[in-house]
Ligand binder design. Sequence first.
Ligand SMILES: Cc1ncc(COP(=O)(O)O)c(C=O)c1O
Length: 435
Amino acid sequence: MTTTETGALLDLADLHDSLRHPLAESMDFLNGVALRYPDAISFAAGRPTERFLDLADVQHHIDLFHRHVVARTGGDVAAANQELLQYGRTKGIIHDLVARNLATDENIHADPESIVVTVGCQEALFLCLRALRRTDRDVLLAVRPCYVGATGAAQLADMAVLPVAAGDDGVDLDDLTRQLAAAEVTGQRVRAFYLVADFANPTGSSLPLAVRHRLLALAEEHDFLLLEDNPYGVFGAGDEPPPATLKSLDRGRRVVYLGSYGKTGLPGARVGFAVADQPVRTADGGTELLADQLGRLKSMLTVNTSPLAQAAIGGKLLANDFSLRQANVRERGVYRDNMRRVLAGLAERFPPGGDHGVTWNSPAGGFFLVLKVPFAADDAALAESARTHRVLWTPMHHFYGDGVPVGELRLSVSNLTAGEVETGLDRLAAFVRSR
Ligand SMILES: Cc1ncc(COP(=O)(O)O)c(C=O)c1O
């Protein structure tokens, strides 16, 4: 640091590496485009629909949770007030309700003590990576293309990420085996494999059941953990239940399950969690849970997750018999209808057999799909799409992590009306044709 006439001057080169990574710039760029064209129709943001967000519901849910705590404390209103308004338990105050939610919606039967309630899934992810990365040798595997929040968290934790190809099934198991072998040769220690098994961000793809079983077997064989991130699992578009989560199939405590109430509960509450039931051997020969270690790290980062935010989520769980599938019936309808409308609308605008060279995948649920186009869909193309056609999308190169432009766009269907989908597709088709 130097001192100038106007005060301190910091040099970016002296700040943490993550600040100079292209990822930081890409986030600024994407947010900047959205701000510059507020009248554009956005297939870019992965936000849940705003249609049913209601402050009165939030107040009702906080009241419900408060009454629940009063009952739990044998009618002690002062203790209940304190639980909601004071600093609180580091691992959270709704862990028992989260456990019931997981049992109801996901057939996951977790000990509440193995759950850490966090400031969004993002904090849970960071805590896991921070705990698992001890030396330079400790690396993370992640499917490429990957959710940027995961690669970003790995950078903050100074943890290298080894990419695994997605292939046709969402994870190319042959490539995974190759990466594991390569890591062994170079002396790297694979601590975990991060993945979104259901309706992934950014591709929308879901892993077949056989791949899930194989991943659990490989984790056992090669002694690494699976970090299963599942923000979209309840948003299946079909009537049939989605494949079992990795955590519900996990018999060897190989899976750390990362949950988010950002899409299913209330985005503004910023509540997520980790189920970390792995035993950790301590110096005195005893064992604790990985959740306890994550709690220790959390006490040095965010201290505890806002109890009012937890109350809003806890109350919503209480109001819906612990089922977020049930709580999101209307939202699921919006996402399902929008996904169907986008898929049908693309087929109308780019008929099969035409010479447009445009293809796309057909996810069975979630928020995202990927459109492939015969030109580099890079940041300059997005800027032009926004400027001349008033339609936004996300260039897929941001998820590949190497900055090399690809002919792929991520489309999000979650926060649009039916009319916006149609107009947005018209604009998108006009932009693609102009290329
Ligand atoms: C795959 C994935 N994981 C995690 C998150 C973030 O979750 P939270 O908002 O709870 O931090 C997102 C949000 O976009 C996501 O797509």
